[in-house]
Design a protein around this ligand. Sequence first.
Ligand code: ZN
Length: 452
Amino acid sequence: MRKIEKRAIMCLMLAGVLVIGLGIFTYRYIADGSDWAVYTANKQIYNDKGRLKRGTLYDRNGTLLMSNTSGKMTFSDDYATRKANVHLTGDRSGNINTGANKVFANKLAGYNHLTGTYSLLGEGRNVNLSIDSDICVTANEALGDRRGTVGVYNYKTGEIICLVSSPNYDPEDPPENPDDESGIYMNRFFSSTFTPGSIFKLVTAAASIENKSDYASWEYTCTGSQNYDDGRVTCQDAHGTVNLEQALADSCNCYFGELARQLGSDLMKEYVEKTGLTLSRDVNGISTARGSFDFPQTGADLAWAGIGQHNDLVNPCTMMTYMGAIANGGRAVQPKILHSVDFSTGFPASIPWKWWTKRMIEEDTAEILKNLMRNNVEDNYGTDNFPGLNICAKSGTAEVQKSERPNAWFAGFLDDDDHPYAFIVLVEKGGYGSDVAGSVANEVLQEIVEKY
Ligand SMILES: [Zn+2]
């Protein structure tokens, strides 16, 4: 009897291992199956040179961006469209990591869990991005020769409607020996981090609103500089006695430096994590670069860290998502770049999803920040510079190197149910935030509002 009992237990254990193994396989098959199938050795979808043979990429309006025909990438006929969208289409040499043939290879090839990459007609899928390629051209031309990035997304649906990273180039005529410093292959919107400068003051303001009972009435007298034991914080001008609203509109460094010092290093750390700025976000399989911060316990460095300088680094896409959270009452819709995937016959091949982020800001705080950001425009940036737009924003002028012009930022959203767009603009070495980056934002947003 004991022998039988032992054997039965053994059988049960083996059956258990089998079930666990099957579970792991099924999970991995669903999670990673497409990666296994789109391995370049798969001759069904790749040619001998490892080039994808199938699939076509369009923008949201059906404008052709790129097509794989017989293992050769072909692009739009229009030079400006090719150049503005190269960080999304990718290039023939595969230098661009966010290019469609890398990140959407499984979708272009028509992979599914049942038949894998087999297709009766040997055809790939039509992948429709959420961007409007004409608006990307406008954004790219507004950046001109300057380096930087522009991102705009619908904060109700999550769809990115405009995404440009500069410098860029025509994939039909790639540069032979690009300057290493330029980062021409880098999609700055997803893959880079930058010193945020004053746009970060929104996070310090949120921490103050949620933790300082006298946040609205607390005042500070700015004389143009504030000395600490280990250094000093300076402003462009002496702003005089300012409260939170005035300090944000004037972007007073001394106020926010002192505020960060009062809130303390631990609370500031907690807030950058809460706002998701240190996370890597997944945008349809593209992972955004993680931001990083360092809040020393005391002194001028803690003050500068609360102003968006010191060692602060943010990713533009993540910062845009934070703007979406402020606009949406504290939680953001996760940005996405895919609009839809269709069979070559035009039938939909996937269901669009919408994901929400965790709460980044309390609902009341989001409302207060929205009003403060509207006040920034009315009081400082000028409503005339954004005709017809109910824009809420914060500018930033981030010092990167003492000898160089600062990076100009402009971040915010339209408080408009018919045009729910959040945006981020960065012009590297552009100069002053609201003048330079604000005018790029206006040009792009005007076209979006007119068209949609
Ligand atoms: Zn000041």
